[in-house]
Design a protein around this ligand. Structure first.
Ligand code: ZN
Ligand code: ZN
Length: 266
């Protein structure tokens, strides 16, 4: 199995022992075939002024590939924070030739953090969800240089009344619109197993959204734990693969030099 959503200490929300080496050792111990590091590149994230040094990151990853590359496949990726007003800045990162995989994710809505519920100030959960979809659509309308959309229904995690406010049928039209667009652009979606780790009723996204993606003709699904510490690598992957099988997916994808490689689900 391959984990395509892994954070190291290059992400400021990771645990201090999430070094490249510790992650590789744990991945090998867990029997993973490969991992892709996807550290955060979140331009104009509220309160953060650090600039991500992509060259330094890739150089360090090349060193770790030299050390561990015989034991495990290691890919170089980033989790690129999508926002409607940073299109050109994001292109500067996604266009770097040394990268294998770009995971596009929404972490900020209306320039406010999802994480601290700030985007909900003065809003109901319903209004917050609509703002999330509006920013997501605006972001991808003008920027498509990413390979898979991370945790498409992550907003479920950050609602005043919990995920029960996110009723699939109410938002289905918005989701169809986004999925059709992604499929047209050959962009995949992610099963992010952290949903369950955070106590939600399912992975991200809801199984209904995965089924919809399949019905609409989508074939590119990446699998990620969103681990911020080595212990969480490959979290619940057997269950995720069973879910994909039940939904009649025959493959999931990894990415090498920005090209999908289809891995058969046994
Ligand atoms: Zn994320
Ligand atoms: Zn992440």
């Amino acid at each position: 199995m391959y984990d395509l959503h892994v954070h190291s200490i290059y992400s400021n929300d990771s645990y201090p022992w999430a070094t490249f080496a510790n992650i590789c050792n744990e991945a090998i111990a867990k029997g993973l075939k490969g991992i892709c590091f996807t550290d955060h590149v979140d331009i104009d994230y509220p309160g953060i002024t650090d600039v991500f040094d992509l060259n330094d990151y890739c150089n360090e990853l090349n060193n770790i590939i030299n050390s561990y590359g015989n034991s495990i496949e290691i890919y170089k990726g980033i989790e690129l924070g999508l926002q409607p007003h940073i299109i050109e800045e994001n292109k500067a990162f996604s266009s770097k030739s040394d990268i294998d995989f770009v995971l596009g994710s929404i972490h900020v809505v209306d320039k406010k953090e999802l994480y601290k519920n700030e985007y909900l100030e003065g809003k109901t959960d319903h209004e917050g969800i609509l703002s999330y979809f509006k920013d997501l659509k605006l972001s991808i309308n003008s920027f498509t240089d990413f390979d898979s959309l991370g945790h498409i229904d992550v907003v479920r995690r950050y609602l005043l009344n919990g995920e029960s406010s996110f009723v699939y049928n109410i938002y289905k039209d918005y989701i169809v619109d986004i999925l059709e667009y992604l499929i047209d652009k050959n962009i995949g979606i992610e099963i992010n197993t952290s949903g369950k780790r955070y106590g939600l009723c399912s992975f991200h996204p809801y199984p209904e959204i995965l089924a919809l993606y399949k019905d609409l003709g989508g074939e590119i699904v990446t699998l990620g734990s969103d681990a911020h510490k080595p212990e969480d690598l490959g979290y619940a992957f057997n269950e995720a693969l069973e879910l994909l099988k039940a939904l009649k997916f025959k493959y999931y994808c990894i990415f090498k030099k920005r090209k999908p490689i289809f891995i058969r689900i046994d």
